[in-house]
Design a protein around this ligand. Structure first.
Ligand code: ATP
Length: 235
């Protein structure tokens, strides 16, 4: 479904991604793990067109997308939940969710999807008229994921959904990510520093160090890899 072929991405003279190649098949959950500053967020921003790669290719559903504007890429069905969530703090939960539907005209489908996300996250249903900014960190993360789902993405990109959240909330959010993948078949690319939880959830994983992919395998194999254990799992 998504292929990154040897992409090189720069911030001015600084090369953040060095020959990154990643493949994600339809229906998979794939995780990209790595330390702070490894280049994980840059990988997502390269896919979305926010920081386009200088060289290399990105293919989505068999067509090249590098060089397309971020809004064009969204219309293809690639939605990102950015790091730090970035919900609209002064809008209500329902208004935030509506913002996720701006490309859609199918009222019935929107209604159904709204029921679906409020069912996934009942706490959002309870807080539907509350301003986004008054929600807890975990609830804001749930809202950010739900808003992305309201766009009915084919590929959902998640940038560190566990960041700054309590272990119990992380567990809950990861369970729901799995449910979304299983129930709707949405393909998921999950960027995480929380390697242990991410690998337990994902089918396959990539390890990134200093802008390069250093390992890729099934999540199960990575979880038992000695180098991964030492560097990322604290074992
Ligand atoms: P984090 O978990 O902290 O977000 P990351 O793995 O997502 O880390 P990136 O944010 O992709 O890493 O950063 C990769 C490299 O690019 C780092 O060396 C970072 O300092 C650099 N970088 C990121 N954003 C910019 C920017 N706007 N301008 C210059 N350098 C940047």
């Amino acid at each position: 479904m998504l292929k990154l072929k040897n992409i090189n991405t720069f911030y001015g003279n600084i090369q953040a991604l060095k020959g990154v190649t990643i493949e994600i098949a339809q229906g998979e959950i794939v995780t990209l793990i790595g330390a702070n500053g490894a280049g994980k967020s840059t990988t997502l921003m390269s896919i979305c067109g926010v920081v386009p790669p200088r060289t290399g290719e990105i293919w989505f559903k068999g067509s090249p997308i590098q060089g397309m504007s971020p809004d064009k890429i969204v219309t293809l069905g690639i939605n990102q939940v950015p790091e730090g969530r970035r919900i609209f703090p002064n809008m209500s939960v329902l208004e935030n969710l509506e913002m996720g539907t701006f490309l859609r005209r199918d009222k019935e489908g929107i209604k159904k999807d709204l029921e679906y996300v409020l069912d996934l996250f009942p706490i959002l249903a309870q807080r539907r008229n509350q301003a986004g900014g008054t929600l807890s960190g975990g609830e804001q993360q749930m809202l950010a994921i739900s808003r992305a789902l309201m766009g009915r993405p084919r590929l959902l990109l998640l940038d560190e959904p566990s960041l700054g959240l309590a272990p119990l909330i992380i567990k809950q959010i990861f369970e729901i990510i799995k449910k979304i993948n299983e129930e709707s078949g949405t393909t998921i690319f999950l960027v995480e520093q929380n390697a242990n939880q991410a690998l337990k959830l994902a089918h396959r994983g990539y390890v990134m160090e200093n802008g390069r992919i250093t390992l890729s395998d099934t999540a199960e194999t990575l979880l038992s890899n000695e180098d991964v254990k030492k560097a990322y799992l604290g074992i």
